[in-house]
Design a protein around this ligand. Structure first.
Ligand code: GP9
Ligand code: MN
Length: 696
């Protein structure tokens, strides 16, 4: 301790001395005098990147954000520092090239943002059609004066250089032997700034950076230059991944699917043939919320009603990796698993997929998706096309204002109500249609509680007092907790869903329609709050002691198994039919495509899941991290531990067999995406369709 104190004092003294020296010897003035060109370079680049953020994201918080300035500055200084290695003339050329490069990044992003309200990605360069789109728009009105403003940066640098040359500045200040020293000193300043920036990052910043799906967020935290560098890495990585191992992957793939040719039927085969479809992507909806009531009020009355009247899969899991929402979309539509690195939506959007919308399209359906968020979130603009949606209604098709926004974007109630006329229009134009609506409001951090409407999550009890009179006592219970806020939020989303179904019915849009709803993933809420939920000690407003006779165990297994999400198939007239049932066999998102395929009459030879009505209690749900669950056992691959779900002893051989099955499945799935193994099949199929078309 004493040691640390001494060191601290030493550091304090030496920095004091240094500051004194700086003051006495006018070091700042001297530095400025000797580095005019470099300083001009730094200033023009940092002003450009700040202007870019200023034009794109107009909130006070964004204007004043220090993190992106620090990051941009560090990058500019580090890159520019190498200029000192050159003699002045070449140094100018070097800095000018850098300046033009940084300016180009700002300009391209500025134009891209004007058009797409998001930042540019080099991976999109292969999408020529978008360039075409942008090209047309450029002629019309996309390049605005503000996008040209950035050019002033390099112009100033050129101007300053010639001015300096004129007054013989370089000859006066340049000392050849100092070049290396100046480079190292400048590099160290840039490096120190970068370290300072890195330590300010939160874990959320880091995960968002890795996922690269919310580009605005990354630019706001990491600055435009780091964003673009990260974008290049994420765009190039899939290309590198697919360079090696193609032959082996192809062989494994052929082996895996060699016995899956025959189509199995059951009592639900073709039961929905010809029906229209509305798929609802229920953001962060968890099954455990459906079982709960607070003071006699259900948390999710709409979901409960749908589950009661329709087909409810109560032992159902999503299978997401870092791609969360987008991973679920992938697995739902293709019966493939998320990729082992990156996310399919961002890194592998240009692969060939066999998907529900494509197969429905082959059956004559018109397919469209709807999400009132930025179309570039999770790269949906590109990926929804790859997945076979004819049309994607995104933020630009909705009226989004400050008033109707909650959390990430347009509130679910508004989203649904503005979607109705769009669905109506499509329904009038097309005999058969398939749609996907992606909800948004029930998204972490569930903090805009005042916008969710009234839903009390306290505990109210009526007690009889000594004099016989009754009094209502309120205990805080889940009020003020994150889990409590989640219940308020999902209650809001559930209400929005209820209103939507009523409105659809009023318009007659439910008459020949099947509604399919899934929760996209769990809400990732703290385990200890579930402990409070299930073990509330109202007298002390705390959690019951584990020794208490009423204590219900909620360990990490319970928590992991509690991540179930609802999956419901519902239509207006289903309550009286054999379809009205609860399916309790364990099922995963990858089983949806085979199960629905049988019901609607389409088939994907390369599905990884199974029709739940064929596989029944023999099913296994594999998670991207290698965990898996069956009706009998849950296996955690990180801990290499398992839990029997029936109380029966578990056979080690079975664990081994399932581990092998899981790792094979995950490998094949990953290879299919990375090496684009479905391309040939799809190409052949397309040729077949063209041939049939021509033959008509
Ligand atoms: C983004 C939304 C949320 O548009 O779908 O994605 P998530 O954070 O849940 O993956
Ligand atoms: Mn989600």
């Amino acid at each position: 301790m004493k040691n640390i104190k001494n060191k601290f004092l030493k550091l304090k003294n030496s920095s004091k001395k240094y500051l004194k020296k700086v003051k006495e010897e006018h070091l700042v003035r001297e530095y400025l005098k000797h580095n005019v060109l470099f300083i001009t370079f730094v200033l023009t680049c940092i002003i450009n990147s700040t202007i870019l953020r200023f034009f794109c994201m107009h909130t006070l918080e964004n204007y004043l954000a220090i993190k992106p300035i620090m990051a941009d500055l560090a990058v500019i200084i580090i890159a520019g520092s190498f200029g000192y290695l050159f003699k002045p003339k070449n140094r100018f050329t070097y800095l000018l090239i850098l300046d033009i490069f940084f300016t180009a990044i700002c300009m391209i992003n500025s134009i891209y943002y004007t058009f797409y309200t998001s930042f540019a990605s080099v991976s999109m360069l292969s999408l020529t059609q978008y360039i075409g789109e942008v090209g047309d728009a450029v002629v019309e009105n996309v390049v605005q004066l503000k996008d040209l403003l950035y050019i002033i940066g390099p112009v100033i640098l050129i101007f300053v250089h010639y001015k300096l040359k004129k007054i013989n500045y370089y000859k006066k200040v340049e000392i050849k032997s100092e070049r290396k020293k100046r480079t190292i000193k400048t590099l160290s300043v840039g490096g120190a700034l970068m370290i300072l920036f890195l330590v300010t990052l939160s874990s959320l910043d880091v995960t968002r950076f890795v996922k690269q799906w919310n580009r605005e967020y990354i630019v706001m935290r990491f600055g435009i230059y780091i964003y673009q560098a990260n974008d290049v890495v994420t765009s190039v990585q899939p290309k590198i991944n697919s360079l090696f191992g193609y032959d082996q992957a192809k062989k494994k793939f052929a082996d895996y699917f060699k016995n899956t040719d025959e189509v199995q039927t059951n009592e639900y085969t073709n039961i929905f043939e010809g029906k229209n479809v509305i798929v609802i992507h229920g953001e962060s909806m968890q099954t455990n919320a459906m079982d709960l009531e607070f003071n006699g009020q259900e948390v999710t009355p709409t979901l409960n009603k749908l589950a009661k009247e329709g087909m409810f899969f109560s032992n159902f899991y999503s299978q997401v990796s870092v791609g969360t929402s987008s991973d679920t979309e992938l697995t739902f539509t293709t019966s493939l698993m998320p990729t082992q690195s990156g996310t399919a939506f961002v890194s592998y959007y240009d692969r060939s997929y066999v998907s529900i919308p494509k197969l429905m399209r082959d059956k004559g359906y018109y397919t469209f998706s709807m999400h009132a968020n930025n179309a570039d979130f999770w790269n949906r603009r590109a990926m929804h096309e790859s997945l076979g949606y004819n049309k994607f209604y995104s933020k630009k098709d909705y009226n989004v204002t400050k008033e109707n926004t909650i959390g990430l974007g347009l509130s679910d109630k508004e989203f649904f109500s503005q979607s109705i006329p769009k669905i109506e229009k499509e329904a009038q134009k097309h005999d058969n249609w398939y749609s996907l609506l992606i909800m948004l409001t029930n998204h972490t951090p569930f903090s805009e509680v005042d916008k969710y409407g009234e839903f009390d999550v306290s505990l109210k009890e009526t007690v009889t007092k000594e004099d016989g009179s009754e009094e209502e006592v309120t205990y805080p219970y889940m009020e003020g907790t994150k889990l409590g806020n989640y219940f308020k939020s999902i209650h809001y989303a559930d209400g929005a869903l209820g209103e939507f179904i009523d409105a659809l019915d009023e318009k007659g849009l439910l008459d020949n329609t099947v509604l399919i709803l899934y929760g996209d993933h769990d809400a990732r809420l703290p385990k200890k709050e579930y402990n409070r939920l299930y073990n509330y000690n109202k007298e002390q407003d705390s959690t019951l002691d584990s020794g208490d006779p009423n204590y219900k165990e909620y360990d990490s297994y319970q928590y992991e198994l509690g991540r179930k999400v609802p999956f419901i198939i519902w239509s207006k007239d289903m309550a009286e039919t054999k379809l009205n049932q609860e399916v309790t066999n364990v099922m995963g998102m990858y089983d949806v495509m085979p199960t629905l395929g049988n019901m609607f009459g389409f088939y994907n030879k390369y599905q990884l899941g199974h029709d739940i009505f064929n596989i029944k209690d023999n099913n296994i749900v594999v998670f991207p991290n290698g965990n898996w669950v069956t009706n009998k056992v849950y296996y955690n691959s990180q801990k290499e531990a398992y839990l029997s779900l029936t109380g029966e002893a578990i056979n080690e051989e079975e664990i081994q067999k399932n581990n092998n099955y899981s790792s094979k499945l995950l490998d094949v799935s990953n290879d299919m995406i990375v090496f684009n193994l479905l391309k040939e099949d799809n190409d052949n199929e397309n040729k077949m369709l063209e041939y049939q078309e021509k033959g008509k």
